[in-house]
Design a protein around this ligand. Structure first.
Ligand code: NAD
Ligand code: MG
Length: 412
């Protein structure tokens, strides 16, 4: 089956062509983060194409104000209401509007713009991204948690608002490009690649003792802390399977993961005639961000060009789901459906924070997520939700549950 994402791709092509030659306003949600900064870099390198509408962040007033001034944003918004005074003071005399709080964040996401980059991290990105989707804004989607927590609801909103949705996650950007123009029933399978992270070759015994510093040292990508830990556990690839499932509307059995340590091939699509297409790019988010902002146009991005001879070879291996249990758990959650992926994500957010704080060991991240899913099933928390409020309630209930379970894991 072909997904709504694909239908959107076609529609969005027309919209983009219309917009060619005009300056497009882009709002950046999560502007102080890794994807946010890379987005602003691509925008700054293409001033004839883009200008910045809103920029948002969680609580860092100074960093957000600096970004707003440097990129001449119209408005800067913090999620944390308590930091409003600081933000306002930082922006005094600049002519840039300051705002703060949950409602202000939603308003910023929904304000007039030609494109919204959804780059908040975690389930916290759900409501703001839905606000942008609901206004029919074109959305460049980095926040995979939206689709993991609320995939069906999110894609229904995209459909009913006629929103153009362009994935920015590198694998999904690759698949999106590979599927352009393909008939749904010609697609046999979709392969997402995973770098394998910093612990690809580590034994289980060594993984037991892995530290946050070691886990944060990703071999290929420079990213925010949460997704970097997810890359080390392979939970990131599990979340990405669920993301692909919703974006491209294929069956779970058509989605595969292969480990590719060089992170040059981002995804492959196999068709029924035996042909397999791959997308290649250096591991630098500015390529999928540029694709997401401009598609179907191609704009300049300053990423390292691939030299195949210098690379010498590309290698692929099967993921080891015994050492990296998170991938198997995520696949099971995808197959179970309902709120299982939401519970998986919320428990994982709690577990990753606990690991980063030195409260649990590396392998306990997947253990905690597995236990949270079992406990949620026992409590009947996995039934499908009808709306975003019910999803967020399941998210909050899981955080409580996982925090409770954490006490058993916590090191003394
Ligand atoms: P990051 O931690 O570097 O940045 C997160 C941004 O979100 C910051 O601006 C932060 O202020 C904001 N934020 C955090 N909590 C918030 C809250 N409660 N309310 C409002 N804003 C909040 O994260 P990142 O690595 O840039 O990742 C952003 C998203 O993009 C994630 O969903 C991630 O999975 C996805 N993604 C990232 C990469 C990458 O290379 N970094 C690649 C693919 C997908
Ligand atoms: Mg990715």
């Amino acid at each position: 089956m072909m997904g709504v994402g694909q239908t959107s791709a076609t529609r969005q092509g027309a919209a983009c062509a219309e917009a060619a030659g005009t300056v497009r306003r882009v709002s950046v949600l999560g502007a102080t983060g890794s994807v946010g900064q890379s987005t602003l870099d691509v925008i700054a390198r293409n001033p004839h194409l883009f200008e910045v509408a809103a920029v948002t962040a969680n609580g860092n007033a100074q960093a957000l104000a600096q970004i707003a001034v440097r990129h001449r944003a119209r408005i800067a918004v913090l999620a944390d209401k308590a930091r409003y005074g600081e933000l306002k003071a930082c922006l005094a005399g600049t002519g840039i509007e300051a705002a703060a709080g949950a409602e202000a964040l939603l308003a910023a996401a929904a304000m007039p713009a030609d494109c919204v980059m959804a780059a908040i991290t975690g389930a916290a990105g759900l409501r703001p991204t839905l606000a942008a989707v609901g206004q029919g804004r074109r959305v460049a989607l980095a926040n995979k948690e939206c689709l993991v927590c609320a995939g069906r609801i999110f894609m229904e909103s995209v459909r009913s608002a006629g929103t153009e949705l362009v994935p920015v996650d590198s694998e999904h950007s690759a698949i999106f490009q590979l599927l352009a123009g393909a008939e749904p029933d010609t697609i046999e399978r979709i392969v997402l690649t995973a770098s394998g992270g910093p612990f690809r070759t580590w034994s289980s015994e060594r993984l037991e003792r892995a530290t946050p510093q070691e886990a944060l040292r990703h071999p290929n990508w420079s990213m925010g802390r949460k997704i970097t830990i997810d890359s080390a556990t392979l939970m990131n690839k599990g979340l990405e399977l669920i993301e692909a499932y919703h974006l491209f509307a294929v069956g779970p059995g058509q989605l595969e993961v292969v480990v590719h340590p060089q992170s040059i091939v981002h995804a492959l699509v196999g068709f029924r005639d035996g042909s397999m297409l791959a997308q290649l790019a250096s591991p630098d988010m500015r390529t999928p961000i540029a694709t997401g902002l401009a598609w179907p146009a191609r704009i300049a991005a300053p990423t390292k060009r691939i030299d195949l001879v210098e690379l010498g070879g590309l290698s692929f291996e099967r993921p080891d789901e015994t050492r990296f249990r998170a991938l198997a758990i995520a696949r099971q959650a995808m197959e179970a459906g309902g709120m299982a992926p939401c519970v998986l994500n919320a428990a994982n957010e709690v577990a990753v924070e606990a690991f980063l704080a030195g409260r649990i060991g590396f392998l306990e991240i997947a253990r905690l997520v597995g236990e949270a899913l079992e406990a949620a099933a026992t409590r009947g928390l996995l039934a499908p939700a009808d709306d975003a409020a019910a999803v967020l309630a399941a998210d909050a209930a899981t955080r409580q549950l996982a925090t409770h379970l954490l006490q058993r894991h916590t090191r003394n």
